[in-house]
Design a protein around this ligand. Structure first.
Ligand SMILES: CC(=O)N[C@H]1[C@@H](OP(=O)(O)O)O[C@H](CO)[C@@H](O)[C@@H]1O
Length: 346
């Protein structure tokens, strides 16, 4: 049973803008009553010697408690009760900064359910040793993620007999949980979730009351990590996916060479071109010339094994073949509901 229920955890800063964005976009076609937004907690930021930081006169600098604040927020907002009432048993939890995320991906959920897992993670092969992704691995037999900020650099460099990375399973912050596992976490394991240290620049007021924007890190934000519950799982599974189809993170502003709004848009566009081509369409540029292969693929990437089959499966799932097979389309081509109706009628 697939439910189109969307639970969105925001911070104090992002709740109102997120609500507004959904309202303005007509809830993207979902029932507003099926979208539940709730806030995570905020905790004080502290100096390196543990003192609270004043952000303004009489105002303590606060920061969200990390994506692992999810579990406390589920409790605070009675979200698990809501899920139970709606009959939601399986969850796909993901971080919002990956444009290629496949929400409630039936293949991932199906894989986890068929393995009887209570907890799972999608991974991609790490691209280079210092890539800022956590690695899914076992530490003394226990499945977990070791975060990029906490792994020793020499461990990231380790290679196996075929020159492959030993710690190669990059976490893309796409997790599967059963509702009962989350129930267990909130009832039994919350107290065991570690605090991690993030060293950050925290704006403050100095002793003379001047507002200071530090240029180098001056404080510590304590964060919990969403994947820290993996170690409580009784049956954890990892599901490797093709990076090009599933992971294009947005971490930097435009102008950066990677993981920016531009690279995210290009990744999505390239994916849609691959889907259309696989559905049997011929794509033309604005001068009616065939679209060059580079437009259909992220720069410098070799098509990894399994990619074609994956693209084909999604093309089928989305019903693109019926709409696009044998058609010649001039790009940019926007396939919305109205266009789909027209194509169906032709
Ligand atoms: C605590 C947490 O979830 N960290 C995640 C998360 O990192 P951030 O740099 O915090 O966005 O997203 C990465 C993938 O984009 C993943 O590799 C990493 O493990």
């Amino acid at each position: 049973l697939v439910s189109d229920c969307l639970y969105i955890m925001t911070s104090e800063f992002t709740l109102a803008p997120t609500e507004k964005f959904f309202e303005e976009n007509n809830y993207f076609g979902l029932q507003p009553s099926n979208i539940v937004m709730f806030e995570q907690r905020m905790i004080p930021a502290v100096t390196f010697d543990g003192k609270v930081i004043l952000q303004g006169k009489g105002k303590i600098a606060m920061a969200p408690d990390g994506n692992g604040g999810l579990y406390q927020a589920l409790l605070d907002n009675k979200v698990l009760q809501d899920m139970k009432k709606r009959g939601v048993e399986y969850l796909h939890v993901y971080c919002v900064d990956n444009i290629l995320v496949k929400m409630a991906d039936p293949m991932f959920i199906g894989f986890c359910v068929s393995k009887g897992a209570d907890c799972g993670a999608k991974v991609v092969e790490k691209a280079y040793p210092a890539e800022p992704v956590g690695v899914v691995c076992r530490v003394r037999g226990v499945s977990q993620v070791v975060e990029y900020s906490e792994i020793k650099p020499e461990m990231t460099e380790l290679r196996g007999p075929g020159e492959e990375f030993v710690y190669s399973a990059g976490n893309i912050c796409n997790h599967f949980f059963t509702r009962t596992f989350l129930q267990d976490v909130t009832e039994k394991f919350m107290g065991q979730l570690k605090q991690h240290v993030a060293i950050k620049k925290v704006p403050f007021v100095d002793t003379w009351g001047n507002q200071v924007k530090p240029t180098k890190p001056n404080g510590i934000k304590m964060e919990k990590f969403v994947f820290d519950v993996f170690r409580f799982s009784r049956n954890f599974v990892a599901f490797e996916v093709v990076r090009e189809d599933e992971f294009s993170p947005l971490k930097n502003a435009d102008g950066a060479t990677k993981d920016s709004p531009i690279t995210a848009r290009n990744s999505l566009l390239a994916q849609h071109c691959r889907w259309a081509t696989s559905a049997g369409a011929t794509l033309l540029d604005e001068h009616d010339n065939p679209l060059p292969p580079s437009a259909r693929s992220d720069e410098n990437t070799v098509q990894p094994a399994g990619s074609e089959a994956h693209v084909h499966t999604w093309t089928k799932l989305l019903g693109l073949e019926q709409l696009l097979k044998g058609r010649t389309l001039t790009t940019p081509f926007i396939l919305d509901k109205k266009r789909a109706k027209e194509l169906h009628a032709q």
